[in-house]
Design a protein around this ligand. Structure first.
Ligand SMILES: O=C(CO)[C@H](O)[C@H](O)COP(=O)(O)O
Ligand SMILES: [Fe+2]
Length: 218
């Protein structure tokens, strides 16, 4: 049987002047986790926030924190992000030459570890890691900004990743991030994704609960 689809609203599209309210809104609306986009102005051409903000919002919600690190040298900052309250940390394959060590290091803290691929990065880059990671995050936009258009070729990439995971018979989540709306969500789920990140589709809607329901396709 297929696993239920989880929805992870991205705080990137929230109103930063009232984060506690914005988080409460999606928690009440049935979000499964909160996606936190960490950008450093080097790996991606944008800057967001870091561990102090995560520590502060950790106090206002019980939602698991899904931390998406879009930063160079992620190995230098694992410890502060975990101390701030991350429940899952995802690093980009493009930023980490010693990915196996980094994934082990994250898991030694007792939290889950994910690895992300940019749209143009081939799946072969994570083939040797599938038995060791908890989640693969496929970017369906070029990372750096919310509100971009879903790249259609990623649907086939999701299906190919799903096949690789089934063949190995391992328990690995497939998260898709970028340009998710009810239409792209339906295609991503059909291809094998089980976690969907949605920034604009949830925070841009006047009814977060209805937006999440539409993304789940229920
Ligand atoms: O990682 C990201 C961008 O790099 C964001 O999570 C993503 O873009 C979500 O925003 P939207 O749903 O509006 O596309
Ligand atoms: Fe993200």
């Amino acid at each position: 049987m297929n696993q239920p689809v989880k929805i992870a609203p991205s705080l990137l599209s929230a109103d930063f002047s009232c984060l506690a309210d914005e988080i409460g809104k999606v928690e009440k609306a049935g979000a499964d986790m909160l996606h936190l986009d960490i950008m450093d102005g080097h790996f991606v051409p944008n800057l967001t926030f870091g561990p102090p903000v995560i520590s502060a919002i950790r106090k206002v919600t019980k939602l698991p924190f899904d931390v998406h690190l879009m930063i160079t040298n992620p190995e230098d900052l694992i410890d502060p992000f975990i101390k701030a309250g991350a429940d899952l940390i995802t690093v980009h394959v493009e930023t980490a030459p010693h990915l196996n060590r980094l994934v082990q290091n994250i898991k030694e803290y007792g939290i889950r570890a994910g690895v992300s691929l940019n749209p143009s990065t081939p799946l072969v880059m994570i083939e040797e890691l599938l038995a060791d990671v908890d989640m693969i995050l496929l970017m369906s936009v070029n990372p750096g900004f919310g509100g971009q258009q879903f790249i259609p070729g990623v649907i086939d990439k999701i299906a190919r990743l799903k096949k690789m995971i089934s063949k190995l018979n391992v328990d690995v989540d497939i998260e898709v991030d970028g340009g998710i709306n009810p239409n792209t969500a339906r295609q991503a789920i059909a291809a094998g994704a089980n976690i969907l990140v949605a920034g604009s589709a949830v925070y841009g809607s006047p009814d977060a609960k209805e937006a999440i329901r539409l993304l789940r396709g229920t």
